[in-house]
Design a protein around this ligand. Structure first.
Ligand SMILES: Cc1cc2nc3c(=O)[nH]c(=O)nc-3n(C[C@H](O)[C@H](O)[C@H](O)COP(=O)(O)OP(=O)(O)OC[C@H]3O[C@@H](n4cnc5c(N)ncnc54)[C@H](O)[C@@H]3O)c2cc1C
Length: 448
């Protein structure tokens, strides 16, 4: 067994844990599988979805945390080649003083870049998978291949010519990824995160205003909306929603864009407070938080994980032993009606089960947001069971209301089939799997 996990998901039987140090060692292990199936992870901090746990029992865990080389960085063209054990903090550190940044997530500074992309994580600037340019993959027979773009192949153009196999290895058990080429966004000359609050009864019109900003390009980075429970970690006013709108670019562009956001907010009459890290007379703890969030948007994670520890309620290194948290991650259209529908389903779950939840909506593009629903519980069997029942009910109720999910946890693998648009499409994936991996060297995961 791999030890406790923050979600208190059932611990699966794991036959062995292997920790290769190089891509060649991964090839040797995979080629010599001899009847066993592998479950792969990078830094294994997939908190709320299972952490390091495999979806099935009786597998060998392949922990790639020791493949931790940053193989190459090109700040001129804006890419880096990183191995699975490279954390967002290490890549950010390597880019300090350059005019490139990492599109970091709001998770720990010590989570991976590669594992997060492979599970379709979300960064503060955009979905992480949008950063993906190329992959180095060990196939189930031990062959090593490169897909997408790889250094020395001209300018870093991910699509290449002909069918692209890049995304075949994302949320996939077709290969073991031993390195990725990731895009490094240009470092903005200036950044400002505007913080806004609004009352729950204004949810629908407020989302309408935010949607207009997103669609008209005022908020190019991911815009985040925290419901009253989720806003507590940011010292939001009790009972209100909190919004982060990040504008960046040249200093003059930032002044102009943030002034438009603030004016629009005031004119709408919907927002009860508006501030940013430079607002005079801000309480010092609020200014500190605002500065931390500004830094996240320019790719600088907090190495001490202070905000994250506050959200988890325990030091991050004890998250899997001490905290209780599961995530539910539906995709929600950016519209007042859809966000309201989502909030009503969550409220109903709370009334039925008593389980507490926080909801954060991250925009993925101009039309869609990812809702990060965190269900928190005390680490007792009874409380964990209640939270898991609540989680089951959310899969059912959100699917029935027409939502889909973008990531699933170790206990809900069957939803990949249930939510797939077409049975023939899913069968095609299985045919490809049978072709590449007839002996089942790579175990079925959460998406198969
Ligand atoms: C408070 C809080 C905030 C969070 N905020 C965010 C956020 O903003 N954005 C976000 O995306 N997540 C967030 N998370 C969730 C999670 O912590 C991150 O997604 C984290 O990056 C995942 O862990 P990891 O990087 O160690 O990936 P891993 O756990 O190593 O990998 C994730 C999965 O990818 C696959 N995989 C990994 N490596 C390989 C490989 N080399 N080859 C093939 N398959 C592989 C496996 O299926 C594995 O289970 C948050 C969690 C918490 C508790």
């Amino acid at each position: 067994m791999l030890g406790p996990n923050i979600g208190m998901f059932r611990q699966r039987t794991v036959l062995d844990v292997l920790r290769p140090r190089t891509a060649q060692e991964v090839r040797d292990i995979v080629a010599g599988a001899d009847g066993v199936s592998f479950h792969v992870f990078s830094t294994g901090r997939n908190w709320g979805l299972g952490s390091r746990e495999p979806a099935r029992d009786d597998v060998v865990a392949l922990d790639l945390g020791a493949l931790e080389e940053i193989r190459a960085v090109d700040v001129e063209q804006g890419w880096a080649v990183v191995e699975p054990g490279v954390t967002q903090a290490r890549l950010a550190e390597r880019l300090a003083g350059t005019d490139r940044i990492v599109n970091i997530t709001a998770s720990s500074a010590h989570t991976s870049v590669v594992g997060n992309i492979l599970d379709r994580g979300v960064g503060l600037r955009r979905p992480r998978v949008d950063d993906l340019i190329g992959l180095e993959v060990v196939l189930p027979d031990g062959e090593l291949v490169h897909v997408g773009w790889w250094p020395d192949g001209g300018p870093p153009y991910a699509a290449g010519l002909g069918p692209s196999l890049l995304h075949a290895f994302v949320q996939s058990n077709l290969g073991v990824v031993t390195a990725a080429v990731v895009r490094l966004p240009p470092r903005p000359e200036a950044v400002r995160v505007v913080w806004l609050q609004f009352a729950p009864h204004d949810l629908s019109p407020a989302v309408g205003v935010l949607r207009r900003w997103v669609r008209q390009g005022l908020a190019k980075n991911s815009l985040r909306v925290y419901n009253p429970a989720a806003s507590v970690a940011y010292r939001g006013r009790p009972g209100e929603y909190l919004v982060h709108v990040c504008v960046d670019g040249t200093a003059r562009a930032v002044d102009a864009l943030s002034a438009i956001v603030v004016d629009d907010a005031r004119e709408s009459g919907l927002f009860t407070a508006v501030w940013d890290s430079g607002t005079p007379d801000l309480a010092e703890p609020d200014r500190e938080l605002a500065r931390l969030v500004d830094l996240e948007y320019v790719g600088e994670p907090d190495p001490g994980d202070h905000l994250l520890s506050a959200k988890i309620g325990h030091p991050v290194e004890q998250a899997d032993e001490k905290a209780g948290l599961v995530f539910f991650l539906p995709v929600v259209p950016i519209s007042g009606a859809a966000v309201q529908r989502s909030e009503r389903l969550l409220q109903r779950m709370h009334e039925d089960t008593g389980v507490r939840y926080g909801a954060t909506y991250f925009t993925l593009d101009t039309d869609l947001a990812l809702a990060i629903i965190a269900l928190r519980f005390e680490r007792t069997e009874e409380e964990a069971e209640r939270a898991h029942r609540a989680l089951d009910s959310l899969y059912e109720s959100f699917a029935a209301a027409g939502f889909t999910m973008c990531r699933i946890d170790v206990d809900h693998a069957e939803w990949a089939d249930k939510l797939g648009p077409d049975a023939a499409g899913r069968r095609l994936v299985r045919r490809i799997k049978d072709l590449l991996d007839p002996d089942g060297v790579l175990a079925p995961g959460r998406y198969h």
